[in-house]
Design a protein around this ligand. Structure first.
Ligand SMILES: Nc1ncnc2c1ncn2[C@@H]1O[C@H](COP(=O)(O)OP(=O)(O)OP(=O)(O)O)[C@@H](O)[C@H]1O
Ligand SMILES: [Mg+2]
Length: 253
């Protein structure tokens, strides 16, 4: 009888501890990572009183702690974070970067620091670009309803972007090969282009400017921000490495 009471008490105690600890165990398990769940969870679930803002994570880079949160314009891959505090506040922290991407980002003058986390995943902390997506510029808002004017803006934006791609190539030898609407940003009047995301790049010795322009123009048209134009020509994009999923996200703050 006494043995059964002890056993029941033990099982009860064990279950209580398990229920109390489960959210934290789930939170920290890198294998069950689901990027859509993490931001809504926080250690407040335990009611410890150590209130932290949910959605912030600690990235340990070369031993240095950097507070980050997932970037709002995150794709499905969960690799781009925004630094929320400290020396690099406002910068982008991107995981799973290749050595090539780091080298090109550095040559383009946008790399703040690179390093490895505790899982030997490579990260780059990248300066925020002053540019914005073409469809967020005033120049676009003025013309977007008119097919002819909108496509004329795409032509102009392709010229401006091509000039910048060629200029960076002649300065650094790195050719930006992923000129999508998300990766070529502009100032409000679309007079200047800013290149971000050097995840697809190489160092060809010679580059045909007309081919670059055709790639950029095609990518802008395929974004669908303008009604389809009469002179749209689809150009096959460069072959870029498929993005990988981050297995070991930074730990919640
Ligand atoms: N340096 C930067 N300046 C401004 N915005 C940035 C910068 N780096 C990243 N971003 C924002 O984060 C988004 C994703 O970053 P990036 O293009 O480098 O990653 P990606 O590998 O293409 O990831 P995804 O698969 O999520 O698109 C960009 O489209 C942009 O909105
Ligand atoms: Mg991108």
């Amino acid at each position: 009888m006494r043995f059964s009471v002890t056993l029941v008490s033990f099982v009860f105690l064990f279950c209580t501890v398990l229920v109390w600890a489960a959210p934290v165990l789930i939170l920290y398990s890198p294998y069950d990572y689901d990027g859509s769940l993490l931001p809504s969870r926080s250690l407040d679930i335990r009611g410890t009183g150590h209130s932290r803002q949910s959605g912030q994570y600690v990235l340990k880079l070369n031993g240095q702690k950097i507070l980050v949160q997932p970037n709002s314009a995150q794709g499905a891959h969960g690799v781009v974070y925004r630094v929320v505090d400290g020396h690099y506040a406002g910068a982008f922290a991107k995981a799973l970067v290749s050595e090539q991407e780091i080298a090109a980002t550095k040559a383009a003058g946008a790399l703040l620091v690179d390093g490895s986390d505790d899982h030997k995943q490579r990260w780059a902390v990248i300066r925020a670009s002053p540019g914005k997506r073409l469809d967020q510029t005033s120049a676009y808002h003025r013309v977007h309803a008119d097919r002819t004017q909108c496509n004329a803006l795409l032509d102009h934006a392709a010229d401006v972007a091509t000039r910048e791609i060629m200029a960076v190539h002649s300065r650094t030898r790195w050719l930006h090969q992923d000129p999508s609407i998300d990766n070529i940003l502009f100032d409000d009047g679309v007079a200047h282009a800013y290149l971000i995301d050097w995840g697809c790049t190489s160092q060809p010795s010679r580059v045909d400017e007309r081919q670059v322009r055709a790639h950029v123009r095609s990518a802008l048209a395929q974004s669908g921000i303008c009604p389809k134009g009469p002179r749209d020509v689809n150009v096959a994009p460069f072959h870029c490495p498929a993005p990988v999923t981050l297995k070991y996200p930074p730990k919640p703050a």
